[in-house]
Ligand binder design. Structure first.
Ligand SMILES: *[C@@H]1O[C@H](CO)[C@@H](O)[C@H](O)[C@H]1NC(C)=O
Ligand SMILES: *[C@@H]1O[C@H](CO)[C@@H](O)[C@H](O)[C@H]1NC(C)=O
Length: 620
């Protein structure tokens, strides 16, 4: 009996008698909360409603027709044990994989039609699984989402005005079809995104700040320049050849970009054979390129990527116009810069094999469902063959002020990762911590810990429990032992020499380490492309398995924070330096065991001894 009933209804619903469906149409007024904060997030204040006539672009991430398919496909192409290893699908194949179910599209379309949203304002985005609703009046967005959009300003940085709502809702029937809608409850400021702040006054001791200008570099004995890194990580004998196929992408935000002139000056001082190194700039989301006003972060990223990977072509993505309003205009900033960048890069026919991004957002201020939607976009990038690399943050296990739990002021929770990043907690990107010295020890600011959102991925199932066993009960209740462990790998991050506005500076921070790791991965990709193989793509299953012999374990140092001693580096993986630092030649050998015997790729033992001796000294 029931079976028959169901059968009849489904025939009607399948459009035989569309008019009869109306009585069965979902109740679009039955709104249920999709996400809400208890209060306006800390450090934000409202400036009231936006001027009437203000519009907003909404992005709706739809659930795919098969939620496990994307991640299964990702592991299939990223795990060296899989028969499909390296067979990265095309843009169109990935779009089919993440496509929403026909029922989802039908429901969404009738919901939008019910609210009179013109079809001309609707387009697909972010690789196919998202809808963009362009230019919607805020009053309509409030109605559609049961929201109350207001202008908000970050209390510590007077320049940031964003249009957000403390909560939003969707019709009950849509909850299983929609992953998230943005921008809604995601509050982030420029403050929490930039890993290496712009210039600070001398005397301020933050490790990641631009330090005093450096003039007589050769008199300092603990400064890192590219030759140190090329010796230490053993890239110095490798000359890239697949320059017609390879590309190293650096993603910057907040209107940041590097200066070609600073790159030239840096190269003339630090790598004279690469003085003609150039890069292209891709401007997106309203960014404007003014090479005379570079950002130190972008300069550092570009200078070290180039100095390591030259002559590999470099591309800088400058994602701009974000989060900051026009001064005095009181007009809201546009949507989320990460979503805008991901939309752009996924819309290309091909993706760069290696991408470094030294920017992040704080996990605990990112709604979990939004973090998951972004996470799936990073998974798409990996599936298409990109290795995506983020720094792990610069505050050890957390800044004291951020460690106090919102629910329970008496208890302390480590913060993955302040001021980094929900990105480095994403299991489908590679997270980079910091080291210093030679032999290398953990840099004390190196961000590390465990995600509160993303569970431990399969590739960490051996490495992370081994560490937790040694740790015992020391920090019970302060972190999530079942979470994805951060970071995966590390590189030098302290007292890094850069050129900024024609002057030398020392900078520190894990954002200095990310482009170094990215450039080493890019050199490995160069080798793979030069022998007709596919690039590494999503790195972690390889890194924690076949690639492991190519990692130097870092076993001392720790990352204090939250008024604790933090975690300690240890044999094997640890939440300070991950697995350790890369050894290019050993990683290369792990890709192709034949290479260990190839004369021109092996460092002369006498040179190696010299490298060990000298690699803490500048080589100018
Ligand atoms: C979803 O995808 C997985 C992995 O590709 C596959 O094994 C499974 O059968 C699919 N499920 C459905 C309902 O299509
Ligand atoms: C920037 O990106 C956001 C989010 O994708 C979008 O809403 C906004 O319109 C874009 N702004 C510009 C100037 O392109």
């Amino acid at each position: 009996m029931r079976y028959h009933q169901f059968f009849v209804i489904s025939v009607i619903a399948a459009a035989t008698f569309p008019d009869f469906v109306t009585p069965l149409a979902p109740s679009w007024d039955d709104l249920r909360i999709k996400h809400t904060w208890d209060a306006v997030p800390a450090n934000w204040e409202t400036l009231g409603s936006p001027p009437s006539g203000t519009t907003i672009d909404l992005h709706v991430a739809l659930k795919s027709h098969n939620e496990s398919a994307l991640i299964e496909a990702l592991y299939d192409v990223s795990d060296p044990r899989s028969p499909k290893y390296g067979a990265h699908p095309s843009k169109e194949q990935v779009a089919r994989l993440v496509a929403p179910h026909a029922d989802t599209l039908e429901l969404i379309n009738s919901w939008l039609a019910h609210h009179g949203i013109p079809t001309s304002s609707i387009s697909t985005s972010h690789g196919g699984g998202w809808l963009t609703l362009a230019g919607m009046p805020v009053s309509q967005a409030n109605k559609l989402l049961g929201a109350s959009y207001q202008l908000y300003r970050h209390t510590r940085t007077s320049d940031t005005t964003i249009l957000r709502t403390v909560g939003y809702a969707l019709p009950a029937v849509l909850h299983t079809h929609v992953q998230t809608v943005v921008p809604t409850t995601h509050f982030a400021s420029t403050h929490t995104m930039r890993q290496t702040p712009r210039r600070r006054s001398v005397g301020e001791t933050a490790d990641m700040a631009l330090r005093e200008p450096v003039t007589v570099l050769s008199h300092r004995d603990d400064v890192v320049v590219p030759s140190n890194l090329r010796w230490l990580y053993r890239t110095i004998t490798y000359v890239p050849t697949a320059t017609d196929q390879n590309l190293l992408g650096i993603a910057g935000y907040l209107d940041d970009y590097p200066s070609p002139q600073d790159v030239r000056m840096f190269m003339s001082q630090c790598r004279a054979d690469a003085v003609d190194a150039t890069f292209t700039v891709e401007l997106l989301n309203g960014s404007e390129y003014d090479p005379d006003h570079p950002a130190s972060e972008a300069n550092q990223n570009m200078q070290y990527a180039q100095a390591m990977a030259y002559p590999t072509p470099h591309l800088f993505y400058s994602t701009g116009g974000v989060l900051t309003s026009l001064p005095g205009s009181n007009l809201p900033a546009p949507g989320d810069p990460f979503a805008a960048w991901l939309d752009f890069v996924l819309s290309g026919q091909s993706v760069p094999p290696t991408i470094s991004s030294s920017y992040g957002i704080q996990e605990k201020h990112t709604p979990p469902e939004y973090a998951t939607a972004l996470c799936n976009l990073f998974a798409q990038l990996g599936l298409r063959g990109a290795s995506v690399i983020f720094p792990s943050g610069n505050n050890g296990v957390g800044n004291l002020e951020d460690c106090i739990s919102d629910d329970d002021p008496e208890s302390v929770h480590f913060v993955p990762m302040f001021p980094a990043s929900c990105m480095c907690g994403v299991p489908y990107v590679t997270s980079v911590g910091g080291t210093t010295g030679n032999p290398e020890v953990a840099a004390s600011f190196s961000g590390g810990g465990f995600s509160n959102y993303f569970p431990r991925p399969e590739y960490q199932q051996v490495a992370v429990p081994t560490y937790l066993e040694q740790l015992g009960s020391q920090y019970d209740g302060m972190y999530n032992p079942a979470g994805r462990g951060i970071p995966d790998i590390a590189a030098q991050a302290r007292r890094i020499y850069i050129v900024h506005n024609n002057m030398g500076y020392l900078v520190s921070g894990t954002s200095c380490a990310a482009p170094v790791v990215a450039s080493i991965i890019s050199l490995l990709n160069d080798y793979l492309l030069s022998v007709g193989r596919t690039p590494l793509g999503f790195l972690n299953p390889w890194l924690y398995g076949v690639g492991l012999p190519g990692i130097n374990d870092v076993i001392s140092g720790s990352n204090p924070g939250c008024d604790t001693d933090g975690f300690s580096a240890a044999v094997g993986w640890d939440p300070v330096t991950g697995l350790g630092t890369p050894d290019f030649l050993d990683l290369l050998a792990s890709l192709d065991s034949h290479l260990t015997r190839t004369q021109n790729l092996t460092l002369d033992p006498t040179l190696l001894a010299k490298a060990t001796l000298k690699s803490t000294k500048p080589f100018l």
